[in-house]
Design a protein around this ligand. Structure first.
Ligand code: FAD
Length: 441
């Protein structure tokens, strides 16, 4: 069996590795248009902050990956066309040479690309996005050479805020622009307010309801103000790379991602898709979701590789679980926000739980959990958590509860661990369970 994989970051390399684990005789060829492969984009903000080295986040080369897994990796090779009837791909190398190749099975792992608005000056050398290893190199080289003093970050999603923290550590003054009145798109307004307060307490120059209209030689022009800027980062979201798939007749969903089933099959025979180029679905109700994260990219890649080699793994959807750090706060979220649940027509009840992360006499620190409960089934639709310590643990317990559609009784009856350095006898998760039963904590 010959498998061609297009794209060699999280999803593509996970698929290749799984195919080779299951079938040492498989013939796997990966085409990647950039020069870097199999990197951890999640670590890029921390490399920008000087906390981790480039080789920590880009640990493999095409040669080292080929050698380890016995696959062919062609970097600098962009696939420009797929012919599903002939089972062929066509493309062009960085040097401008045409290539073509045949497949038995094809995996689209083409990921996503940053959105950069088309504004006057957006092609200026001071303007960046952060998605690829090449983007990271460019930012680092620019910072080394120009020593910027004033940065503007556009967008308050987790990438913008992670970069903010890391630029501040480099003693660069940062102004953060947010188009609307509410920051951080994946949180409800009441939870996002905590982040806003934190940013202001830390002296971050946050401008809400503000958009860049143009980039001049020295500033970000908002129409009302010229904000001095010698580095501008657009962290305004991504869009899935689907052009060649769509041209080959592969169906896209309403979110713009490639539609796949639980075996990562597309509607076109012998074409699979995984990672950030795909539309996935909610574990709550099968609602289509586009939440491009490394967690699902690695998982869907691995499952596609398993399916292709006759394995029985199947993908079961997502909750869109995310976690990030902002200064000393950890912010976690999974499932639907209150707003999203309402937009989808759920009748919701909101539970707010303020607890300490462990025993008060053991320096417990405050944590706030907002839980969105479906009144009809009395199960959780989503949670958002903010605190300095212990957020990751509660988030992941609640993810498990949501996936398994646990009600308040089931949550309260979780036999969670307790000793004073870790917890209180009743965990915050237990209090959510009690409140879901209509009892006070
Ligand atoms: P991509 O990483 O987009 O890779 C797709 C590859 O396909 C690219 O290299 C592209 O060049 C190649 N390609 C596209 N079209 C073609 C073509 N026609 N021919 C050849 N090659 C092609 N996720 C988390 O879960 N947790 C985090 O903390 C987190 N932090 C992040 C921080 C940052 C700064 C960034 C940028 C992302 C972060 N993510 C995080 C998201 C995570 O990195 C992505 O979800 C993941 O990289 C997606 O992997 P992918 O392989 O699907 O797509």
């Amino acid at each position: 069996m010959k498998v061609i994989i297009i794209g060699a970051v999280a999803a593509g390399t996970s698929a290749a590795a799984q195919i080779m684990r299951n079938d040492k005789e498989a013939d796997v060829v990966i085409y990647e248009k950039d020069r870097d492969i199999s990197y951890s984009a999640c670590g890029f903000p921390y490399h920008i902050g000087g906390k981790v080295g480039f080789s920590d986040v880009v640990p493999r080369t095409p040669a080292s990956f080929s050698e380890k897994y016995g696959v062919q990796v062609h970097s600098g090779h962009e696939v420009t066309k797929i012919d599903p009837a002939a089972k062929k791909v066509f493309g062009q190398t960085d040097e401008g040479n045409a290539f073509e190749d045949d497949y038995d099975e094809l995996i689209m792992a083409t990921g996503a690309q940053s959105m950069l608005p088309d504004l006057p000056g957006s092609d200026d050398a001071r303007v960046f996005t952060l998605r690829t290893a090449e983007d990271t190199r460019a930012i680092m080289e620019y910072m080394e050479e120009k020593q910027p003093q004033n940065a503007v970050i556009v967008g308050t999603g987790f990438i913008g805020l992670e970069v903010l923290e890391n630029l501040l550590e480099r003693k660069i003054h940062v102004t953060v622009l947010n188009r609307s009145d509410k920051i951080t798109p994946h949180l409800d307004a009441d939870m996002a307010k905590h982040l806003e307060d934190l940013l202001r307490t830390r002296g971050v120059d946050l401008r809400k309801n503000t958009e860049i209209k143009a980039i001049t030689k020295t500033a970000a022009d908002t129409g009302e103000e010229q904000i001095p800027a010698d580095l501008i980062l657009f962290a305004t979201g991504v869009r899935p790379n689907t052009k060649i798939a769509e041209e080959a007749g592969v169906a896209l969903g309403d979110t713009g991602g490639i539609v796949v089933d639980d075996a990562l099959r597309t509607n076109v025979a012998h074409i699979y898709a995984c990672g950030d180029c795909t539309q996935l679905w909610s574990q709550l109700d099968k609602e289509p979701m586009y939440v491009p994260l490394g967690t699902s990219a690695n998982k869907t890649g691995k499952i596609a590789g398993d399916v292709l080699t006759g394995g029985s793994m199947r993908f079961q959807g997502i909750l869109g679980t995310s976690i990030f750090r902002l200064f000393d706060l950890t912010i976690g979220a999974t499932g639907y926000t209150e707003k999203k649940a309402k937009d989808l027509g759920y009748d919701t009840e909101i539970i707010c739980q303020k607890s300490l992360h462990r025993a008060g006499y053991f320096s417990g620190e405050p944590m706030e959990i907002k839980a969105v409960v479906d009144k009809k089934s009395r199960t959780l639709l989503g949670v958002q958590l903010i605190g300095t310590k212990g957020v990751d643990k509660r988030l992941d317990v609640l993810v498990t509860a949501i996936k398994n559609k646990m009600d308040g009784d089931a949550l309260y009856n979780l036999d969670l661990s307790y000793a004073p350095p870790y917890n209180a006898v009743h965990d915050p998760v237990h209090y959510i369970g009690l409140k879901m039963r209509g009892l006070s904590s």
